[in-house]
Design a protein around this ligand. Sequence first.
Ligand SMILES: *Cc1c(COP(=O)(O)O)cnc(C)c1O
Ligand code: SF4
Length: 336
Amino acid sequence: MPDPLPSLASTHSWREQLRDAVTDPDELLRALGLRRQDVDCGADAARQFALKAPHSFIRRMRRGDPADPLLRQVLASAQETLPQAGYVDDPVGETGAANPRPGLIHKYRGRVLLIVSGGCAVHCRYCFRRHFPYADNQVGRAQWRDALAAVRADDSIAEVILSGGDPLVATDAQLAALVAEIAAIPHVRRLRVHTRLPVVIPDRVTAGLLEAIQAPRLRTVMVLHSNHANEIDDTVRAAVTALRAAGVEVLNQAVLLAGVNDSVDAQVALNECLFDSGITPYYLHLLDPVRGAAHFDVPRETALALQRAVRARLPGYLVPALVREEPGADAKVVLG
Ligand SMILES: *Cc1c(COP(=O)(O)O)cnc(C)c1O
Ligand code: SF4
């Protein structure tokens, strides 16, 4: 099978890039020509939820800029460990009734979320699953068997969403085996993959992956996660081109983050850049109130005003729905 990205693929495999991700704040700052005193760097916060950023992502950060929007998403802040009223460990209600068996989250009709992996290629400081009990949702063949049995037994489920962590941390062979089992369930018609990997390590989109996530009976949708136009470079564009050429629908969800993308210009640039790259904007999420992320909060009224201003500048199909997750709701709640 030929490599789909011969001219842009790096000499290190995606697994090597994943393994070599930077976890030491000082190494990250050195790579960017910054000193500790230039930035808000929280050593305690990084001990609670480790810093993690692969070199392929760091290369897209601006050197010498402590306010870089990509850096801000990954650098542990001292503000994370301050008391934050209203910010909790499970802001979207994923434990308990919605998590009836390990590895499966069933909140919305017709769609279930399968936790394929607890790992990620990057640690996003605002992540609503930063305190998720992955240890109780260990993924292995046995858990998948139970989760798939539940999907098989419920014919209202038309779509299986591979999630995590990041499901594409799993190998092509693991994914191929899982997708084959999903494709064998007659009432499942759509496979969705929620992943940030093709953005942070575009080399993850290998020929083996393209083969693994497809099955004759299934439509495959990939929902990427990118928050800023600077995240999308030629390597990401090449990965998306390969996905689309394989028949995969490619969408994006972003999170509205203070100091990262909370301006009209940043949102317009992101949505235009996504579309130019073959990615359709899908959702813009309000921040989930997860403990440690309060410094990213954009007040609801500000978000609504921003959304109105973006709508005034872009065609409707380039404006993602502004949504919020509410525990107990039967779908994401659309605002504005
Ligand atoms: C967001 C989410 C989905 C997918 O919702 P869509 O509106 O279909 O994108 C499904 N299950 C869970 C648990 C979710 O959080
Ligand atoms: S890649 Fe997704 S799941 Fe992983 S830390 Fe970032 S937001 Fe969370």
